[in-house]
Design a binder for this molecule. Structure first.
Ligand SMILES: [Zn+2]
Length: 275
């Protein structure tokens, strides 16, 4: 089977693949003298093709890979970029260095190898340049800002490209699908704050971590409302001592799969019990 990984033009200087073919969305952008890739899909193969297509599209080399967070469907293709600078928040790197994550992901990588050619050659590559708070990559008159917010995971970050009015949100946004908000390091309050921060930037386009590109900041409103409503439901459930299986969640994104729902609900219950 031939593997392809086409990049869709979002604006003149930004591209993305939101088809789900590499599992987590990935994309990139061009500054004046080089490109920046954003996330590396779950497979080395799709990541390699993404890099080639980025360089072809803009006739510029890729100089940086930015990792939005540590989940496998965004980082397992990193081997395709290990000769260049790989950036993440310090918190993402800390979670990746954690023994529990490493052993869990070793099993994950072994399972992917069984999927055939697409799952081959995955390596657990670590980021090489770490930041806290905010990092700017500048090239002549163009720049991008990377904000570490936490939320979906402790290290979660998003990328803003002001010149193009585009935000790459990573998994701080799941569009048209029930979000995963049950990672052990997920912080619901930081997640809501991150969504509001992206909303306030008022970009023209938001590239979510999963699902199609979103046009305009108002498309974030139903996500913010969803998490506010979920928080209210969880707080009420704690007050009323409701059994986990009796907790219903907002139907904004349809019926979640049972595993994703219970991980999210249990994580949020623990979080707000201890608040
Ligand atoms: Zn994720």
């Amino acid at each position: 089977m031939d593997i392809t990984y086409d990049l869709e033009s979002i604006t003149e200087l930004t591209v993305a693949n939101t088809t789900g073919i590499g599992r987590g969305n990935a994309g990139g952008l061009a500054l004046r003298n080089f490109c920046v890739a954003i996330d590396s899909t779950m497979y080395v193969k799709t990541s390699e093709i993404m890099r080639q297509n980025l360089e072809k599209q803009f006739s510029l080399p890729v100089k940086f890979l930015v990792i939005s967070h540590y989940h496998g469907d965004h980082i397992f293709g990193m081997a395709a970029f290990k000769d260049i600078c790989i950036l993440s928040s310090e918190q993402t790197s800390k979670v990746m260095l954690n023994e529990e994550t490493k052993s869990r992901y070793q099993v994950f990588i072994k399972d992917l190898a069984k999927e055939g050619p697409i799952g081959e050659a995955i390596e657990y590559v670590l980021p090489t340049l770490l930041f806290n708070g905010k990092l700017i990559i500048q090239d002549n008159d163009l720049y991008i800002e990377i904000f570490h917010t936490g939320g979906h995971t402790a290290g979660s970050s998003f990328i803003n490209f002001p010149h193009e009015n585009v935000v790459f949100a990573g998994d701080l946004i799941f569009e048209n699908t029930f979000p995963y908000a049950g990672d052990p390091t997920c912080d619901p309050e930081l997640l809501i704050n991150a969504l509001q921060k992206m909303r306030d930037i008022n970009a023209d386009f938001y590239i979510p971590g999963h699902g199609p590109t979103m046009k305009g900041a108002s498309t974030l409103d139903r996500h913010i409302t969803f998490y506010h409503d979920l928080r209210d439901i969880i707080r009420d459930a704690i007050k009323d001592n409701t059994a986990v299986d009796k907790i219903s969640i907002p139907d904004t994104f349809g019926e979640p799969d049972a595993g994703r729902k219970s991980m999210t609900v249990n994580h949020w219950l623990n979080y707000y019990k201890n608040k």
